[in-house]
Write a protein that binds this ligand. Sequence first.
Ligand SMILES: [Zn+2]
Length: 288
Amino acid sequence: MCNGRNDLDNLRFGALCWETFAELFKFGVQIAQEAYADVLRTNQNEHLDVKLHTRITTDAGFGARTLFPEDDRPGQRTAIVELTLPVEDFDEGFYLRLPYYMFHEVCVHAPEGWTASAKRVPTNERCAFGEGFVDAAAVRILARALEREGILTDADRPYAERFMNEAEKAQHQRADLDAAQRSSSKRRAGTQQDAAHARDEGMRLFKRLAKREDRQLADEAIRIALCVNLLPLEPDERISFMAMLDRASDCRAALMQRRSDWLHSVRAAANRGDLGQLRALIGPARDF
Ligand SMILES: [Zn+2]
């Protein structure tokens, strides 16, 4: 099986497994590194080691998740991105969505909780912040990268526009309530609906802040997403941050001075890459 460690089998499996995945993965890691380096603007001597493991399955459906191994610790962060590939169903459609699925893991999950004091624990897949807000920032970063010349390999370059389209389609599908409701089992449908709701909420909030036509606003929203993603927040702190961001960016927020002051402070802290200040600004949303 192709688990990223036994190269001989991978080579026998051919281009489908090894070269294609490894190259697209390297591309994702490179652009995530650039994005985080730009946001933090520090001389980072800290290093993030991201590994790719692929698993082949005969079940239908594609899977991706990020695990933090035992040796993940401050100063030496490690993440393993595990892709589960449906060998019988793997077709062009899956290939075109690979950059999005891989980049979601590499940009949203691999660096999350970076500043934690110990080994990190994965966040849940129903989080409006990670799955909606940071994911939307990741899609924007990916789209910008795919527009750049010379960043993809010769083999992947002709697919750049389709990668971009499929990334946006996949992102919307994951936030689509109708698709979630079509699930066969009721309990599963409920969970999927929660997840879709959360994604939709976070995605809308990102788009409200990151107006496409305003590059500076978009850059600021991306910085907020990436900086806050590095903080080791509890699930309710992430939700509370989303609620405060929602209220502060609401069109009526101008009437509430402290909400617009708060948003101004969040933007300024994210622009400086000041994680300590951002941490201090995230609190309970009561009386806000
Ligand atoms: Zn995720």
